[in-house]
Design a protein around this ligand. Structure first.
Ligand code: ZN
Length: 377
């Protein structure tokens, strides 16, 4: 087969130079390994890249691919996958599968991003053995509209063990037209027998400046909003895009007033009470701690250099943060360390209340400041 002309994949995928250059080389040489594992953190574009790869492989254009205009390209969309030679399997609810499945080879005409979001929201769901059998049968049969067939298995570490074993035969003797892309946040959570038969394509957290540029240039977002979303995304473009800014600002205001209150005239008893309120908020507690972490990082930056606004995440409230940083007199640094320890321990199921208390108490001044002085209006 002759080499393919492929558009620069890095123009489509933000901040994944290792993954895109490896795929670019393989595509151009028309030597794509038949089974790939895209692994790396969630929300950095693995599913988007798998769909992009399918578009590039199946594009019908004579020139550079993926053209984005041919029938094939248009049928492999982020929000609409209706191509007859591309299938997506991912964790789903067993009862819904049993009810809906009519022995077909799996769903066509689906919204990949919505299905992925649903699978992430429901961690108890698995990639079902029956769905995977459909996918394997689909891969084995000849393509109907193009030279290749692509099966993408998202959240592949959530395959039932029998399902993973069912894949092995396909991995050992893949038909020439077949491409299997497994997507996972954890390379090591896959069975060794699977890992040894696949080629790894690593994805990474995206640098903040790349996300800002993407949001401003491609999504036409205002710079301030882009900086805020990128800063809070933790390097995951998906998280930055999904962030509900209104809800975020509401929670941030509430947490900021806790910090303000403690920094100015708090006492350890008040810190304990506030910690209890945060921890008992349940589902939102982890999100609140992430917001606190971003605020404390900003306070630390400002304590070191009050003019360093360009480096802030919460750039939209810089003046208020500068006042608070002055009031904290350097306590934000140690408090940030305590909070990082707390978040890490909470993830490992430590005593949330005690940990959050420790960190909030660290913000309290030695001698209570004058009451009622709020520099931040
Ligand atoms: Zn095309």
């Amino acid at each position: 087969m002759s080499p393919l002309r492929v558009l620069p994949l890095a123009d489509f995928v933000v901040g994944q130079p290792r993954a895109t250059s490896a795929l670019q080389r393989a595509l151009e040489a028309d030597r794509i390994f038949p089974s790939l594992v895209f692994h790396g953190p969630g929300g950095v574009g693995k599913l988007s890249t798998a769909l992009l790869l399918a578009r590039a492989l199946l594009c019908q254009a004579q020139g550079e691919r993926p053209c984005g205009a041919c029938v094939s390209c248009r049928h492999i969309g982020e929000r609409s996958l209706i191509h007859a030679d591309v299938r997506l399997a991912l964790p789903e609810k067993k009862s819904a599968f049993d009810r809906d499945s009519s022995g077909s080879e799996g769903p066509a005409g689906i919204d990949p991003q919505a299905l992925q979001a649903e699978a992430v929201r429901n961690p108890v769901w698995s990639v079902l053995i029956d769905r995977l059998r459909q996918g394997i049968a689909f891969l084995q049969r000849s393509p109907s509209e193009s030279p290749r067939r692509v099966l993408i298995v998202d959240q592949a570490h959530r395959m039932e063990a029998v399902a993973a074993n069912a894949l092995l035969k396909t991995l050992e003797e893949p038909p020439a037209h077949a491409l299997l892309v497994l997507i996972t946040s954890s390379w090591h959570a896959l069975l060794p027998t699977i890992r040894s038969r696949c080629r790894a394509v690593p994805f990474q957290l995206v640098p903040r400046t790349h996300i800002v540029n993407y949001l401003v240039e491609r999504r036409e977002m205002a710079a301030e909003e882009a900086v805020l979303r990128a800063g809070l995304s933790g390097g995951r473009i998906g998280a930055g895009l999904d962030l509900d800014l209104e809800e975020f600002r509401r929670r941030r205001d509430a947490l900021l007033s806790v910090l303000d209150e403690l920094a100015r005239h708090g006492d350890p008893g008040l810190a304990v009470a506030r910690a209890e309120a945060i921890v008992q908020a349940g589902d939102s507690a982890e999100g609140d701690l992430e917001i606190l972490m971003a605020l404390l990082r900003d306070l630390m930056v400002l304590a070191a250099s009050p003019a360093a606004e360009a480096r802030l995440v919460n750039v939209d409230i810089a003046p208020g943060l500068r006042d608070l940083a002055a009031c904290l007199e350097g306590r934000s640094g140690p408090a940030l360390e305590d909070l990082e320890t707390a978040i890490e321990s909470i993830r490992q199921k430590g005593n949330r209340q005690l940990l959050v208390e420790n960190f909030l108490i660290g913000l309290v001044p030695e001698v209570p400041g004058p009451p009622g002085v709020h520099a931040r209006s």
